[in-house]
Design a protein around this ligand. Structure first.
Ligand code: NAP
Length: 312
């Protein structure tokens, strides 16, 4: 019997914990806060900015919106980061990329106070993550681990420590924001961790690795990359991918909406319907890892707030 992991419920549970901790901090006269830094008006970044603002409102956080125009200079943006570094109402700074080409990602990220770097972009915090001493585990990888830990505790009734130790974990994707950091988090929990990527696929070796996984974490951004033949019977599958695809009917013909345009839907990297029954547990898309990611960012902001106020 497969468990479809209820990531929305996990996200809601974490939000309740965040609200409670925020109230406790506010009782001490301290309010956590997040600042987003969006240069210009990239559509995806604007959507994400709006979500962060909404969650800050729900949790009772301060929220600061820095949105210089697309033709801002690097010096302008650095000045904003330095202002946010000094602003006591801001616990964490979230740069929303891509930046316009005149602004270097590296220069901006290296300017962020390491104790306000709540999505772990700064090389100092990435180094700490690799050493197993993460101050701010990045939000999406942290969401994957949090989902697995809560699944272990609530569904399998095992200590997450025992759940991870010696487990065969295979990660598909080695990006700096998802694949690599989630592999470090798994390795730091003593899982036997392998990382695969596009070159693994190009050599025809992806299946060889994924079929050995007790826990398969997929973050490639490729719909239907993982089908039943890539999954071991009884594996736990966490699908991080978010892809927008066109909807077709049984004959492969486009399905149109009321305006006569082809319908689209959001899917992950795993062929959910085909894979589900082979697994012990699987996270869906939508309503999957994404339901927990922003909450992990807020947990990091709470932690930053406590660090910056000398509470930890
Ligand atoms: P990315 O930077 O494009 O990285 C994708 C990774 O997948 C790369 O390491 C790439 O390898 C690998 N890959 C691509 N095709 C592959 C194949 N055929 N076989 C094996 N590996 C392959 O993407 P990302 O930022 O890590 O994000 C990954 C996915 O997660 C995207 O769909 C994104 O939208 C989603 N995402 C979800 C959340 C959430 O909260 N749920 C948050 C962030 C991202 P190479 O580098 O070697 O090409």
């Amino acid at each position: 019997m497969t468990t479809v992991i209820d990531c929305v419920a996990i996200g809601d549970e974490i939000m309740k914990e965040i609200v409670k901790e925020t109230e406790e901090l506010k009782a001490k006269g301290i309010t956590p806060g997040i600042a987003t830094l969006l240069v210009g008006d990239d559509f995806g970044s604007k959507m994400y900015r709006g979500q962060v603002e909404k969650f800050c409102e729900e949790a009772g956080f301060n929220y600061v919106n820095e949105n210089p125009p697309a033709d801002a200079t690097e010096a302008d943006v650095i000045a904003i980061v330095e202002k946010l570094n000094a602003d006591k109402s801001v616990s964490g700074i979230l740069p929303l990329r891509p930046f316009p080409e005149q602004i270097s990602d590296t220069v901006v990220i290296n300017t962020i106070d390491v104790n306000k770097d709540i999505d772990c972009f700064h090389p100092f915090n990435m180094g700490k993550l690799a050493l197993g001493e993460a101050t701010f585990p990045p939000a999406t990888p942290a969401a994957v681990i949090e989902i697995l830990e809560r699944y272990a505790r609530n569904e399998e009734k095992v200590d997450p420590k025992d759940f991870f130790e010696g487990a065969e974990i295979v990660v598909v994707g080695h990006s700096n924001i998802v694949g690599k950091p989630v592999a470090f988090l798994a390795l730091n929990r003593n899982a036997t961790t392998s990382v695969t990527h596009v070159f693994t696929s190009m050599k025809g070796n992806l299946e060889k690795h994924t079929t050995g996984a007790d826990i398969l974490i997929v973050a490639a951004g490729k719909p239907d990359l993982i089908g039943p033949e890539q999954v071991k019977d009884g594996a736990i599958v966490i699908d991080v991918g978010i892809n927008r695809v066109k909807v077709v009917d049984d004959k492969g013909e486009p399905v149109l909406n009321e305006k006569g345009k082809q319908k689209t839907k959001t899917v992950g990297d795993v062929s959910f319907d085909a894979v589900k029954d082979k697994t012990k547990a699987i996270s869906p898309v939508p309503k999957g890892v994404g339901s927990v990611t922003n909450r992990m960012l807020m947990k990091n902001a709470l932690r930053a707030c406590k660090i910056n106020n000398g509470l930890i």
